[in-house]
Design a protein around this ligand. Structure first.
Ligand code: FAD
Ligand code: UDP
Length: 373
């Protein structure tokens, strides 16, 4: 029996769900119920103070970056920013290397000082000529050749995805820049910063509105028999919505192992990657990036895991078969007139936070024009 009624039911309190709830409430005066399976808001961007007082990112490091003034202006309504240049290192062959590959890495590799021109000339000799890389192996060997690929990419990617880079979409390793100058920031986007008081505070502000109800610890399927709505916004997994009728889409999961140490810092950078050693891919000490002043530190080791139903589907695995299956599900999604599929899981795409915010803002405009039509 229907006991309550909303304009919108929004499944998931991550960026996709929160942006839409906020826009619908503040711009159109629409009432939403945000239903979230987890016991907190923020989705994978959720952060919080751990038992020892250290601010950590609970689901892996979330480095906010964007090239979009529009997305930055939108989010800046809810937070001030702590600007930070994200710098990471890679541990392999018994030492730390600058990463992503840049002129410093090249000097470490050849064991002497060099110029950008010398690095460019070396890369010209090493790289494998491939016009249009069709997979993640080709995208790297076509830029830096086999040896640097084997050192930094192959082992990490096999651990992370349990697939050879040649069996993965070029966009996966293609995310990582290669530079011949001394810019050793992990990311290249113009704006790079963390929300000054953390991500969870951003979500609290976005969702703090009399027209928005948030219900945690609840699967949306458990409320739909008693809740009516004009339209649903779904940000959960695409295949799950359709009861996996074409088969399950492939995901990779993670296990996070945290350790608190009675020292100010543990490692030299906020993230150290381990392409060829250990079962974990990286150790993250986010305190380097948050700038928190605290006598203790917490580090998080990330162990890639097979996804099994009941675990978290952190990463869509973008191989050709999965993309074909995704397209079949997407056809069904497009036919659903009263449901919008928004965000990383609902579109089965490897999207960053700013891209998800952009997607949610675009969906809001689409819904608004539909209402005005
Ligand atoms: P989510 O944050 O996944 O939110 C979806 C929510 O829906 C979840 O909370 C889920 O519990 C809920 N849900 C699902 N099904 C149901 C259901 N049936 N009923 C109720 N609730 C449901 N992006 C960056 O820009 N920079 C980074 O450095 C970065 N690092 C990352 C590191 C890791 C390890 C991971 C996994 C992701 C990273 N991302 C990063 C990507 C970022 O997390 C996503 O872009 C963003 O969080 C996606 O937001 P979303 O709302 O689409 O999904
Ligand atoms: N990657 C790699 N070596 C590294 C870092 C990344 O091979 O040292 C590859 C790997 O396949 C990884 C992808 O590049 O999954 C994207 O890396 P990113 O750090 O962007 O991953 P995320 O933070 O999304 O887990």
């Amino acid at each position: 029996m229907i006991t309550r009624s909303y304009d919108y039911v929004i499944v998931g309190a991550g960026f996709a769900g929160a942006v839409l709830a906020e826009r619908l409430a503040t711009q159109l005066g629409k009432r939403s119920l945000v239903v979230e399976r987890r016991n907190h808001i923020g989705g994978n961007a959720h952060d919080g103070i751990d038992a020892s007082g250290v601010l950590i990112h609970n689901y892996g490091p979330h480095y906010f970056r964007t090239n979009s003034d529009r997305i930055l202006a939108y989010l800046s309504q809810f937070t001030q920013w702590h600007e930070v240049e994200y710098k990471i290192l890679s541990w392999t062959h018994g030492r730390l290397w600058n990463f992503p590959i840049n002129l410093n890495t090249f000097e470490q590799f050849i064991g002497k000082a060099a110029t950008s021109e010398e690095m460019q000339a070396a890369l010209e000799r090493w790289k494998v000529p491939i016009q249009n890389p069709t997979n993640s192996e080709e995208v790297i060997i076509s830029q830096v050749g086999w040896e640097l690929y084997e050192m930094f990419f192959r082992g990490y990617t096999k651990k992370q995805w349990r697939r050879e880079p040649k069996d993965l979409d070029p966009s996966i390793c293609g995310r990582i820049p290669v530079r011949t100058n001394r810019d050793d920031r992990y990311l290249s986007d113009r704006f790079q910063a963390l929300p000054k008081n953390g991500y969870t505070a951003v979500f609290e502000r976005m969702l703090d509105h009399p027209l928005i109800d948030v219900q945690l610890n609840t699967d949306y399927r458990d409320v739909m028999a008693t809740t009516s709505c004009g339209h649903m916004i779904y940000t959960g997994a695409l295949d799950e919505y359709f009861d996996c009728r074409f088969g399950p889409l492939p995901y990779r999961s993670l296990r996070f192992e945290t350790e608190t140490l009675e020292q100010e810092y543990y490692q030299a950078a906020m993230q150290v990657n381990y392409p060829n050693d250990h079962d974990y891919t990286r150790i993250v000490e986010i305190k380097h990036a948050t700038g928190q002043v605290c006598p203790r530190t917490t580090i998080v080791r990330e162990y890639p895991q097979d996804y099994v139903p009941g675990s978290e589907p952190y990463y869509p695995v973008l191989d050709p078969t999965a993309k074909e299956m995704r397209d079949r599900y997407w056809e069904l999604a497009e036919a659903e007139q009263k449901v919008s599929f928004v965000g990383r899981l609902a579109t089965f795409r490897y999207l960053n936070m700013d891209q998800v915010v952009g997607m949610a803002l675009a969906e809001f405009e689409r819904l608004r024009s539909k209402l005005n039509a």
